[in-house]
Design a protein around this ligand. Structure first.
Ligand code: NAP
Length: 250
């Protein structure tokens, strides 16, 4: 199946769809009737998901321009782009910052979003009713201790998205920034380099969001009529007041 062979159907591209929010969003948009094109580096998961939802699965590394070129090749029709690929590495003070972790976070969250957006913007405009959803974070709203690599990347990703909202005024493209708080996904396992016990401790003693909570909001955003632009949506668990305070920290 190709994204151009079925031109009556709206096409949604979801990056980082091999787990968590991206995977849930791909399932939800497929249930909404979209032909969903899913990408991430773990091709086995992407292929299985694409088969399950009747979509298109392709390998995608948003830090690699050749990978992006291959991913977008032949995608003639794109109505929705969900810039979701991203995450955090480490939890270190600025004094002890690990440059390699910072580079990973900036390359994936910031430049990955920039590259995907640039690659698909012509198709989104040509659709006549395009939508760009960027999954930033409440880390794009405020700093927290030991989080500067991630908060700075999420602030930069958010400013890229919010600037594009200004620059595209008058074009048929809506832009929505989704700013989640704690969502139990593989996020903390990645942040702590595979340490499942440490990741589990993040969510113990409170009720975090699950990926479907965020996916349902993205589905709602996409279902609004073309003149309605939901600009920024902050979604947190009831147990979390902000990036620094939750029911465990008091
Ligand atoms: P997740 O389960 O770890 O999912 C992250 C996804 O990003 C995976 O599918 C991963 O796939 C993909 N990815 C990572 N590097 C990539 C690359 N270079 N190229 C392509 N895909 C890449 O975490 P998640 O919570 O769903 O995260 C999704 C987004 O939500 C991220 O932008 C994250 O910063 C944001 N967010 C998460 C939370 C939270 O608490 N979980 C809160 C706020 C915001 P591969 O490894 O297979 O490539």
């Amino acid at each position: 199946m190709s994204a151009s062979s079925d031109s009556a159907r709206r096409v949604a591209v979801v990056t980082g769809a091999s787990s968590g929010i991206g995977e849930a969003t791909a399932r939800t948009l497929a249930a909404d009737g979209y032909l969903v094109v899913v990408g991430a580096r773990r091709l086995d998961r992407i292929a299985a998901l694409a088969e399950e939802i009747g979509g298109i699965g392709r390998a995608l590394d948003v830090t690699d321009t050749d990978s992006i070129a291959a991913f977008v090749a032949g995608l003639d029709r794109v109505d929705v782009l969900v810039n979701n690929a991203g995450g955090a590495k480490g939890l270190a003070t600025v004094a002890e910052a690990v440059e390699e972790d910072w580079r990973w976070m900036w390359e994936t969250n910031v430049l990955g979003t920039l590259r995907m957006t640039k690659a698909l913007l012509p198709a989104l405009i040509a659709s006549g009713d395009g939508l760009i959803v960027t999954v930033t974070s409440i880390a794009a709203l405020e700093p927290y201790d030991n989080g500067a690599g991630y908060t700075s990347a999420k602030h930069a990703q958010a400013l890229l998205h919010r600037t594009l909202r200004l620059e595209l005024l008058g074009q048929p493209v809506r832009l929505t920034e989704i700013l989640p708080g704690m969502v139990e996904t593989e996020f903390s396992v990645v942040r702590f380099d595979g340490d499942q016990e440490r990741a589990d401790a993040v969510y113990a003693g409170l009720t975090p969001l699950v990926a479907d909570d965020v996916a349902e909001v993205i589905s709602f955003v996409a279902s609004r009529p073309p003149h309605v632009n939901l600009d920024e949506i902050v979604i947190k668990p009831r147990d979390q007041a902000n990036a620094r305070r939750n029911i465990k920290t008091g």
